[in-house]
Design a protein around this ligand. Structure first.
Ligand SMILES: [Ca+2]
Ligand SMILES: [Ca+2]
Length: 166
């Protein structure tokens, strides 16, 4: 009995060492892809699941432009976080028809959910609200996964397919 306890403790100890040596084992397999901001190379292409690095509003009148492809029905989340400076990030998004679908700002962080009505290339712009401050920020674009609701699916199948019970 005592041997088994010692063996168990040893195994747990070894596992702890392995996890501490390879922290990536306990995290997601792939690092999240990112988009490097380079002023003057806009609009920058960003895709679902990506975030930006090295983005900044260099001067109070700077406007950083991005574009992404979206499909009708996509539920997306756009997040903007100020990482330095006094920037009041302003987020604007235009759909493929040129209609502005998002226009919002915050004193530090923005998170907006939107369901896309049209398929095509969307334009996105980050600037300073009021055009009086500068600072750096991170932009993140996510597609919200569809809600998984298995009990309803099972219920629908059993009630609609009566042939099983006839
Ligand atoms: Ca910029
Ligand atoms: Ca710019």
């Amino acid at each position: 009995m005592q041997k088994r306890i010692i063996k168990f403790v040893l195994q747990a100890f070894v596992l702890q060492i392995v996890i501490s040596l390879f922290p990536s084992l306990t995290q997601a397999n792939q690092p999240e892809p990112y988009v490097q901001c380079i002023e003057g190379q806009e609009p920058l292409q960003i895709s679902y699941g990506e975030h930006t690095v090295d983005c900044q509003i260099e001067n109070s009148t700077d406007l950083d432009r991005f574009q992404f492809y979206g499909s009708s029905g996509d539920e997306i989340r756009i997040m903007v976080s100020r990482t330095s400076g006094s920037l009041h990030p302003q987020l604007e998004v235009w759909d493929p028809n040129g209609d502005k679908i998002i226009d919002t700002w915050s004193s530090s962080d923005i998170s907006v959910d939107e369901t896309l009505a049209v398929s095509g290339t969307y334009l996105l712009a980050i600037s300073d609200h009021g055009q009086d401050y500068s600072g750096s920020y991170t932009l993140q674009l996510e597609k919200i996964p569809p809600v998984f609701d298995p009990p309803d699916i099972l219920y629908d199948i059993s009630t609609s397919d009566n042939s099983c019970y006839a």
